[in-house]
Design a protein around this ligand. Structure first.
Ligand code: ZN
Length: 203
């Protein structure tokens, strides 16, 4: 499986990083080795002094597709969950400055937290779904899918122009504002509405 991530999908997060608002979605990939194993802590890698959390709604693909039209996109996923796109922000800034790919900063081992998934038809409001991240029991990020610049179906149409989507692939749909550095002994808890989706210890 592969993980396709979307950057700059929430206006307030684009502003907090002083990024340009893109004309098209920004895409990058994480390999399957980036997945943080269930119930394992996240170890801050020694190549970064500024690893930041990005909480994101995630979507699991359940059907193979290429050049999927937006009007059919809903048929390609039945489950959503919550993830963290851990980012070595210091390294990413250096790479961006030099115009180099981001993978070392975004796709390292353990950089993808993937929660259990819930059936989308059990959610009454996928178009206006609240999610949040708490760091040490304080809310640091809160998002609502209504604020996404590109909605899930837009993203599936766009991504599948470039990458064939396969069963089990996961899309990270972008992070809302509030990203911040993680430190050892932090505890990160993610919620969709009021349901806890994951709890991760930082080491
Ligand atoms: Zn992200």
């Amino acid at each position: 499986m592969k993980i396709i991530c979307v950057g700059r999908n929430y206006a307030a997060h684009i502003e907090e990083l002083s990024n340009e608002r893109p004309k098209d979605p920004v895409l990058f990939l994480k390999p399957d080795t980036a997945i943080l194993l269930k119930k394992q802590p996240f170890f801050i890698p020694d190549f970064s002094d500024n690893v930041q959390h990005e909480v994101e709604l995630i979507v699991k693909i359940n059907k193979v597709g290429k050049h999927i039209q937006k009007k059919f996109a809903h048929k390609y996923y039945s489950e959503v969950g919550l993830g963290i796109d851990f980012t070595a922000r210091d390294l990413q800034s250096q790479l961006k400055e030099k115009g180099l790919p981001w993978e070392k900063a975004k796709s390292f081992d353990g950089s993808a937290v993937i929660s259990n998934f819930v059936q989308k038809n059990t959610l009454s409001n996928l178009e206006e779904l609240n999610f949040r991240l708490e760091k040490n029991n304080t809310v640091v990020q809160s998002g609502n899918t209504a604020l996404m610049l590109w909605k899930i179906d837009d993203l599936i149409e766009y991504i599948s122009k470039y990458f064939t989507l396969k069963i089990g692939d996961v899309i990270f749909t972008g992070t809302p504002a509030g990203v911040s550095k993680v430190n050892s002994n932090d505890r990160l808890k993610g919620f969709i509405e009021d349901v806890e989706m994951f709890s991760i210890k930082i080491k």
